[in-house]
Design a protein around this ligand. Structure first.
Ligand SMILES: Nc1ncnc2c1ncn2[C@@H]1O[C@H](COP(=O)(O)OP(=O)(O)OP(=O)(O)O)[C@@H](O)[C@H]1O
Ligand SMILES: [Mg+2]
Length: 333
């Protein structure tokens, strides 16, 4: 339904997104997850024909964003980062105006209006001026606007921002209910949001895709040992350095107990065998060796941490992306 091939966006000398490639199937909900400035909004603006990519192609429902923007826009409901609401109109006036712009009228428009007002629980404020609404309600009006013409594709830029916890749950339920019949891309920098509502997560950092996975595979990845704790009987001065020499070991820290070391491993590498071999061959006295699961937050921070200007794991996940396979299939031991 959505096919993004190698899009790059440059603002002058600044590259906001760099060779981003992904696709969304019909009925799929995809979360676009990344920290501030990662390039989420830029990508969404290109997908919705709000602005062109510097390089690369985007097709939505078979139409090219550059050549047939009107056909693309007809099939998309877009909730921008700042909801495009008119302060001086009431909720009903604004949604009627949006419907008319979309070519709707008569009973069609009335029933679509009632449906989206109902879905977003806007009944109690439908005759109030948008300018007088709270931020959360304005966000809901923005969502109602995106859903009004029941488009097959929804692009939602941080849809739950500014909402109270009850509304967040309801909006997530609404998005889940769209799965199957609609293709949805939502952006967020909140991990639980991505895993709560979507079938697939694309993690973007510094304008590049650093991982792509299903929430289940992401969780599975977490269960694979990313940190290994070893407890040793003797603690020679060179043991830190020797452990660091093992390919795939990123760092070695002192643990919380005497004799304990925490060994940080490259994502997806199971180095237990190798670490045990080094400990035993050096006669350090292996008392305990176990894996420590990383939290979802740990993985996110690891994937989006920049070193030398490049996100970690980039080479690995890009290689995976080229093969079109989920990253976890590559990383599974
Ligand atoms: N109009 C513009 N001119 C110059 N640079 C821009 C422009 N719009 C965005 N950028 C830059 O492009 C990069 C990506 O920005 P973008 O808004 O896409 O990030 P984001 O992932 O949506 O972040 P956030 O979570 O803060 O909304 C940033 O470095 C930003 O400063
Ligand atoms: Mg943004």
């Amino acid at each position: 339904m959505i096919d993004v091939q190698n899009i790059t966006k440059r603002y002058g000398h600044h590259t906001a997104i760099d060779r981003v490639t992904f696709s969304v199937a019909k009925g799929e909900v995809l979360a676009f997850l990344g920290p501030n400035g990662a390039g989420k909004t830029t990508t969404m603006r290109i997908l919705t024909c709000f602005m062109p990519a510097t390089e690369g192609t985007v097709r939505v429902a078979g139409f090219d964003c550059a050549d047939q923007p009107l056909e693309v826009k007809r099939r998309i409901g877009y909730l921008p980062e700042t909801p495009p609401v008119y302060q001086e109109l009431t909720v009903t006036e604004y949604l009627t105006f949006v419907g008319q712009l979309r070519g709707m009228g008569g009973r069609n428009l009335t029933s679509a209006l009632d449906q989206s007002i109902g879905r977003l629980e806007l009944g109690s404020v439908r005759h109030r001026l948008i300018g007088n609404l709270s931020r959360g309600y304005r966000q809901r009006v923005g969502l109602a606007q995106a859903l009004l013409h029941d488009p097959p594709v929804l692009i939602l830029d941080e849809p739950t921002i500014g909402l109270d916890p009850k509304q967040i749950i309801e909006i997530r339920e609404l998005i889940k209910s769209l799965a199957g019949s609609h293709s949805v891309i939502l952006s967020t920098h909140i991990l639980p949001e991505a895993t709560a509502v979507c079938q697939r997560v694309v993690i973007i950092s510094g304008g590049r895709i650093v991982a792509e996975d299903s929430p289940e595979q992401l969780s599975a990845r977490l269960r694979q040992s990313e940190k290994i704790s070893v407890t040793l009987k003797s603690f020679p001065v060179d043991c830190n350095a020797k452990l660091r020499e093992i390919p795939g070991v990123l760092n070695v820290f002192p643990g919380e107990r005497a004799g304990m070391l925490l060994i940080e491993c490259a994502l997806g590498r199971d180095l237990r065998d190798e670490i045990a071999r080094v400990v035993v061959s050096n006669h350090w006295g292996l008392l305990e060796l176990r894996t420590i699961s990383m939290t979802l937050e740990d993985v996110f921070l690891r994937l989006t941490r920049h070193e030398d200007g490049l996100p970690q794991q980039l080479e690995h996940t890009q290689a995976t992306a080229h093969k079109g396979a989920p990253a976890s299939q590559e990383t599974a031991p």
